[in-house]
Design a protein around this ligand. Sequence first.
Ligand code: SAM
Length: 240
Amino acid sequence: MTAKIRLYVDQPLGQGQTVPLDRDQAHYLFSVMRLGPGDRVTLFNGRDGEWQAGVTDAGKRGGELTCLSQSRPLMMPPDLWLLFAPIKKARTDFIVEKAAEMGARRILPVQTEHTNSDRIRQDRLQAHAVEAAEQCGGTFVPEVADLVALSTLLSDWPEDRRLMLCDEAEAGAGRALSDAPRGPWAILIGPEGGFSAAERARLHALPFVHVVSLGPRILRADTAAVAAMTLWQQALGDWG
Ligand code: SAM
């Protein structure tokens, strides 16, 4: 039986491995959730799968868990990156949370010509990805990269990775992912202001770009991110 409380930890996990707890983790497990010695917790670290652990020391300022058995192996999502232009804080948080839940391997906030913000709190967004994995039973946590200019990313683009460009100018054009090959992919979602004419021209000319329409209506960027990941996962990912 797997324990209900699911916790992400940084430490390695393995048979008999002890996991020291910091003050916050101890407070959460022993004061908030009222666990004590002998109680069980489910652990994952994004690398070693999911483990059942027992409380072996419960203190006020720290404690210790000991791994008992692996309950699930590491399940990597498909090799999909989500590139998106950050929008308002709550909606950016939503995009990161949903990307982690829906199976992105990397999340890359990108600065486009019409992007509203020129800074992100990478540590806060990474914590959202961890929380999403904790909640949805994931054993993997996607890395949230620092903000990078879209033009820089495109200049250094990996040769074998295809890019699904969600282009609002194609809304209703019926362009889908049919017959697209499997392999490493990325999805690109533009900002609230959309792509500039120069960005659109550059993107459309790149050999690794597949232009896709997300239906006849213009979606908000957060809706578009979820819709695009659904399309991709259904056609080329691990949902089928
Ligand atoms: N300001 C733009 C306009 O009025 O045309 C809309 C930008 S939209 C809010 C944000 C992003 O979502 C777009 O850059 C695109 O990546 C994606 N998007 C929204 N609706 C789309 C659609 N119907 N087809 C393809 N992409 C779409």
